[in-house]
Design a protein around this ligand. Structure first.
Ligand code: SF4
Ligand code: SF4
Length: 397
């Protein structure tokens, strides 16, 4: 794609990178075919090719920020377009740069909701207290917020364990409050494999929520906090493990996010390199895993942050099948379920439609259980079905 970005913008690292990404797009439109929002609206500007064009015009000063904001806020950042793109266009990185340019603020109710989410979700203590209160006052909340109140409030890991090897497990903020049983199950499973689990006392939010809200300052602050927290423990552990793929994809990106920070760049890159998804870590233990629910038929939903963000495909399936489970075919497995961080609150209608479509696909062959790998997908899907939804780790012993 031809670009004509201002010299002053190209002189910055961010501008140079945006220019490189824009120029790598050849406008073929293959990405539109796998974009969930393009499929919903049929509007070119709600697909990746149109959004890339809008972003280019934004940087060139030829497009109103309001128009770009409207279509970029509808983007799930699922990155299915990246998986499809034959030219390797780094759409997610480009969207992040554009979001920083647009800033995190929005007028009216949307802005208030974004501020509330940015204050609440990345803080596990606040989230825990308000989730407990939310149980009693759910009927007073608007539907998109009421749907986020967890069915039960869970604790994070409270003790470290030891073994022949040791790993550092990310607690996550939403995960430890809404699906804390996932990490408890993993700690117990790893104990059977003689792997100890420790947590970092000063771990905070990974920064993914602020990244998607376009708040660069808070994103980098969160990343620096966790680099300090994790790096101090790095020589004690075999790996840093994430069970929430949405957190894992962001921690794996710390090297890029902090590349221009002379104090943090090296340590951030080492923390990112040491971070693996739990499916990557367990692959070497595959022969020792057994099913917790023998004979159950599973519909597997791979989160976008796992299959598109981390580009991990087939690992979970191999582990579950290796343990003896039957995995049912699920059509359109590449499509987002509509959770996408804060999307279910900020774009409730599209999010609900995507969830309905996803649940129809998952239910097609009448599964006993639905399995996934990220807290957002887990709770979002569970609110729309009576079929049990679990993290895939909970299916193993
Ligand atoms: S598939 Fe890639 S190269 Fe083609 S329009 Fe989409 S982003 Fe551009
Ligand atoms: S990230 Fe997802 S929703 Fe956004 S343009 Fe790409 S495919 Fe479409």
């Amino acid at each position: 794609m031809q670009t004509n970005l201002p010299d002053s913008f190209i002189a910055t690292d961010r501008g140079q990178r945006a220019n490189e990404i824009l120029r790598s797009c050849v406008h073929c439109g293959f990405c539109n075919a796998t974009c969930p929002t393009y499929q919903l609206s049929g509007d070119e500007l709600d697909g990746p090719r149109g959004r890339i064009y809008l972003i280019k015009e934004l940087f060139e000063g030829a497009q109103s920020p309001e128009r770009v904001t409207q279509h970029l806020d509808r983007c799930l950042t699922c990155r299915a377009c990246e998986t499809t793109c034959p030219s390797g266009v780094a759409y997610g990185e480009l969207a992040d740069i554009a979001r920083v340019q647009l800033g995190p603020h929005r007028p009216g109710m949307a802005g208030a909701m974004r501020r509330l989410l940015g204050w609440l979700v990345p803080n596990a203590s606040r989230l825990r207290v308000l989730s407990q209160i939310g149980h009693y006052f759910k009927f007073l909340l608007p539907e998109p917020l009421a749907a986020q109140v967890p069915k039960s409030v869970t604790k994070g890991l409270t003790k470290n364990t030891t073994g022949a090897k040791q790993v550092l497990l990310l607690q996550g903020c939403a995960q430890q409050v809404t699906t804390g049983e996932v990490n408890e199950t993993l700690q117990s499973l790893l104990g059977q494999l003689d792997v100890g689990v420790i947590t970092a006392p000063s771990e905070g939010c990974c920064g993914s929520l602020d990244l998607h809200l376009g708040d660069e300052e808070k994103t980098l602050k969160a990343a620096r906090n966790n680099v300090d927290a994790f790096f101090a423990l790095l020589d004690q552990v075999d790996a840093i493990i994430s069970t929430a793929s949405g957190c894992g994809v962001t921690v794996k990106d710390y090297g890029r996010l902090l590349a221009d920070d002379p104090i943090y760049a090296d340590r951030a890159a080492r923390v990112a390199a040491a971070t693996v998804d739990v499916s990557e870590y367990l692959t070497s233990y595959a022969s020792r895993l057994t099913p917790r629910f023998p004979g159950k038929r599973i519909a597997w939903h791979p989160p976008c942050s796992l299959q598109h963000g981390q580009q991990i495909e087939g690992s979970v399936e191999a582990l579950l099948q290796g343990a003896g489970y039957e995995l049912l075919p699920v059509r359109d497995a590449h499509l987002c379920c509509g959770s996408a961080g804060t999307y279910s609150v900020l774009q409730p209608q599209w999010s609900a439609q995507l969830r309905d479509n996803k649940l129809q696909a998952l239910h097609q062959h009448q599964p006993d259980l639905i399995a996934t790998a990220n807290v957002g997908c887990h709770t979002h899907l569970a609110h729309g079905t009576n079929t049990p939804v679990m993290h895939w780790i909970e299916l193993l012993t």
